[in-house]
Design a protein around this ligand. Sequence first.
Ligand code: DON
Length: 603
Amino acid sequence: MSGKRAAWRLARACVAGGICAVSMAAPADSPPKLSNAAVASAHPLATRAGVDILRRGGNAFDAAVAVSAALAVVEPMGSGLGGGGFFLLHRARDGLDTMVDGRERAPLAARADMYRDADGRVIPRASLDGPLAAAIPGEPAALAYIAARYGKLPLADSLAAAIQHARSGFAVTARLQQLLKQRQKVFNPHARAVYLAGGDPPALGAMIRQPQLAETLEALSDHGRDGFYAGPVAERLISGVVAGGGIWAREDLARYRVVERTPVRGTYLDVQVISAAPPSSGGVVLVEMLNMLENWTLPRMEAPARVHYLVEAMRRAYRDRALYLGDPDFVPIGVQQLVSKSYARKQVASITDMATPSGDLGDDLAGGGADTTHFSVLDSQGNRVAATLSINSAFGSGFMPAATGVLLNNEMDDFSSKPGVANVYGLVGGTANAIAPGKRPLSSMTPTFLETDDSVAALGTPGGSRIITMVLLAALDFAHGERDPAAMVERPRFHHQYLPDQIFFEPGALAPATLAGLRERGHIAEPHKERYGNMQMIVWDKQSGVVRAASDPRGEGAAQVVALETREARRPPVDTARLSGLPHRSPDRTPLQAPTQSLQPIR
Ligand code: DON
């Protein structure tokens, strides 16, 4: 072996083996070039599935399929084949930004008043528990679509790790155990048999095996979308739902289609913002808030004033969410107007030094995170994915049709069951988000890319209605110069969503003096019992080639940066490499699964 080749082998072995530092010069004429790639997700096994696909020559889109499928198995409370989500993609070859909309659709037999009683009152939990709460899943179709249209590898390759984890089992984590305790009462017998095999929530580290889910994944792997939406799996889904009192029909599955949509775009200072389009409210609300906030020099402001203006922008943008946003295939939405700078100036004109009561904003409505998942992927060519996937509440509706292993979502609760009546996240809505057959419920999921001349970030988080303000706070940090994703995913959070008219904040997020200042301005501020969100973020410095990735310390996820050989490196080759990981938070986390990693050239 030549000296040159031996040196490169050493570099790669170090990268593959986890934390190590290498300092050696790459000969200028050496053909193998290293370029950095990264995956950040809510579970170490899902991150590893994505990294393995990248190492085997898959692109970011193949890795996204692998990560999604693995999360469906090892994070069953957050997302899965019984749910849906939004995949924001950037293709480096031609600069395409697109959003694959794999959001669930209401069954064709759904009706606007289906969760109301004879007196027109919303029936508590009817849109949350059991098969009547489940919309038609979109994730399986989205995975097949992304693999076929954007991937390089066969779908079967990208699903292999998930199938293996479903069959061999995965270890119960603290978060899974805690959520099983909380939600076990809604499980039907088939779901209980999988997740509560002994009758009680499993012990930490106990293995959960899902052989029926493995078979359903295999059907998808063998037959593409038809493996789920037609044939034996579809039959089992329909008969299980109908037997449980649900309203799915064969036609619902046969007619499900993903839709590719143009992402919402905006700017804040020198940052390009690319984010989720309707039927997510995420991009519109995010860009509206940023547009309003551009009218102040936030970094120069003291905390109470700064938080006050942020909250007033949140209030106004969430009001528009409630009034105007829904499925664009059903309701006309003036996205361009809502995200325009001129509209923001009008909104800002109503902001004063005091809190504006939400009720004073011309309200035409009556009345008043540990679930879902996000991951980010960057490959060595600069392709990237930010995807937020959901089955809504933890473990969705708790309903698993017999012999499928598929836990169904309760995404129907994201519709407005009645104008002005709040859903599980306290969100209100009007006719734009009313239930209709085949309609997609309005979402808050906000997978986002942020770009400046020198840097690119891919980020997102679960957290229901709070998703958009979490992404806002990270986007502001990025725009004001922060480049360390670990700092951005960790930062304390606060939130306002128009109604209820109060600021929510994480314990310790607002200092006592700030709180006092906000209350003087007329705000009501209530601390959350717990911290919230589970942000997964990658930042790529285009000038230096440094890639950093971070997984939210509130969760159990893992971020990993890897150096991959590439024929056409995106940037001048990495001369030397250093892989470093932060200390692990749990004893079972191996160095490869460190929560935060950065791989950067040594100068
Ligand atoms: O699409 C939405 O907005 C919700 N179904 C997301 C739910 C969620 O993030 C739950 N996490 N805590």
